[in-house]
Design a protein around this ligand. Sequence first.
Ligand code: CTP
Length: 402
Amino acid sequence: MMRDRTVLLGVTGSIAAYKAVDLASRLAQDGAKVDVVMTNCATEFVTPLTFRSITHCQVVTDMFAASEEHDIEHIALAERADVVVIAPATANIMAKLAVGIADDMLCCATLATKAPIILAPAMNVHMWEKAITQENLTKLRARGFKIVEPSYGALACGEVGKGRLADVEDILTAIRQILDRKSDLIGKHVIVTAGGTQEPIDPVRLICNRSSGKMGYALAEAARERGAKVTLITAPTTLPPPADVEMIEVQTALQMREAVLRTVPEADALIMAAAVADYRPATAAKSKLKKEEFPLMQLELIRNPDIISEVRGNLIKVGFAAESENVVGNATVKLKNKGLHLIVANNIAEAGSGFGVDTNKVILVDSKGKVEDLPLLPKSEVAHKILDKVSALLSPAIGASG
Ligand code: CTP
């Protein structure tokens, strides 16, 4: 996958710069052409010669040094890159990229490129946690930068916290995912629902569930990466909005139902990753309920409509099933009862699977009874496995029937 691909590796001034040497070496061993651009600060930690010896390519440090190959070097670098990776990325480069400053070779090439950009930040924990750094991160994410988050551990400054450069293996996975990216959903409209709906009891209190929305957001991002037009219908979450995705924010199951039924006539696929509350309070009090008036509180709950079962039409319907026993059996019953093409089942009792975590271990069951048991994977990879199935279901042979 790396052969004949060009990776532009940006290295900025952090003690973790030495790990970028390993990254460059792994990329070169995998057959990639690695252009390295170092900031002045980076050269204080590692020498350009180190990278040149490993990549056998020119290492650029000076904006105005005459190029051996091209007249306008930063444009040439930007254009020939299949992917740009900045590792380690300091708080400084993140701030500069967030506002579009172009005062050195790395900033100029990053601003000029049309290739996807990956940032692997590394810094002191307090710098990482500072509101302005997090604001910049949110901005960059919203503009489509892929972030490989730093890990937690002992930092060079003597502190312990989040700020260590991610493992080289994780950065390589992010690069491979981007280079391997398919464009099989171009021209398709995919609707994804995410998060747990909230059902109000009164203006202050509500009934909710433990869904974080991570699986749905990963699906929206993955579908957009593969070229789909994506509508993300989301219940409240704490997640940053994915880039280039139409967001419809809802709170309750009834609002989600309305948004889904309004948007599906235009869609090719509906993926219901949301955890829809099965019940809602029969009435939501207009003003705050006072405990003095209710020594015994009894809530009357009524069933919410089953959204995905109500959706009709020539589109692919994918549902989720969170089970704690007889996973395939229960999921198959849901698949049939709800008229789905595919159901993504997971055993919430298994480690690394379930609510709030970044990984998931799922079993895919299709309407023909085919069962695919996937290993524990990051949710972004699970999303692509699900979309592989959706893409196959949307293939011309099936699409022609409608
Ligand atoms: N779902 C839906 N509308 C609802 C409830 C669920 O569209 N009112 C969708 C979910 O988004 C999910 C699938 O149906 O894709 C299965 O949801 P789940 O809650 O696991 O199934 P239930 O049928 O509610 O079964 P149970 O809670 O009894 O396990």
